[in-house]
Design a protein. Structure first.
Length: 231
């Protein structure tokens, strides 16, 4: 099961799925507020966990990118007996400090209100300038933009409010509970999340940290074959 990031859809995993080949059955659902699930309500972690619980097989490998990685951590802690391996790409367990998390929640609410006033074209162009994404190769940026166009401003605003970093609880103190093997993938150019991954690796019992050279935040878009091999 492959979980996409904020403003993306399950289609963002196409390159990875193709590289994995027919030997594997890949599930890449659209998370509430995104793509075909843009109108699904309510957009809450509880409902997303319910959706994934119903869709997933009894045993499965779980991979998530960015927002999808944050959600994947919650899934892994809720369904540890069903997940054989956990793969996290450019992911974070959240914001540990309650005060900073509250500030982020307020900032996300302001941003959500702004996004609702944009067209999907304007939103896609604006999100591409996010610092952690701004250095993407042109071809990768074009694929990412095409995927963002599958969304709606209203759906993404709802997802930011319900599934954003400020909305979800911190899991830093629970990383030690992860019983399955965990692979942390991060791009060499992604300095911020490389540091987070290094800190996570120190807290997870069975963690492997893989730094992919010449890649940024969205490693699965920039190096799909390598990510497929790691999964």
């Amino acid at each position: 099961m492959l979980l996409h990031g904020f403003t993306h859809t399950g289609a963002s995993w196409t390159g990875v799925i193709e590289a994995m080949g027919e030997r594997y059955r890949a599930l890449a659902p659209d998370i509430r507020g995104h793509g075909t699930a843009s109108r699904a309500r309510p957009i809450t972690l509880a409902r997303v966990l319910h959706d994934l619980d119903r869709l997933a097989p009894q045993k499965f490998v779980l991979a998530g990118y960015s927002m999808g990685g944050r959600i994947a951590l919650h899934v892994a802690l809720a369904l540890p007996e069903r997940i054989t391996n956990l793969v996290l790409i450019g992911a974070s367990p959240g914001i540990a400090d309650p005060g900073r998390r509250a500030q982020r929640r307020e900032a996300d609410e302001r941003l959500a209100a702004e996004l609702q006033r944009l067209s999907i074209e304007q939103l896609a162009d604006r999100w591409a300038q996010t610092p952690v994404l701004a250095d993407q190769p042109q071809a990768v940026a074009a694929v990412a933009r095409a995927d963002r166009m599958r969304n709606t401003p209203e759906g993404l605003a709802g997802a930011l409010r319900g599934l954003g970093t400020g909305a979800l609880s911190s899991l830093w103190d629970r990383l030690g509970e992860l019983s399955m093997p965990v692979t942390l993938i991060v791009g060499d150019r992604d300095a911020r999340f490389r540091q987070i991954a290094q800190q996570m690796a120190q807290r997870i019992p069975a963690a492997e940290l893989v730094i992919v050279g010449a890649a940024g935040h969205a490693v699965h878009l920039e190096a799909p074959r390598e990510v497929a091999k790691l999964i």
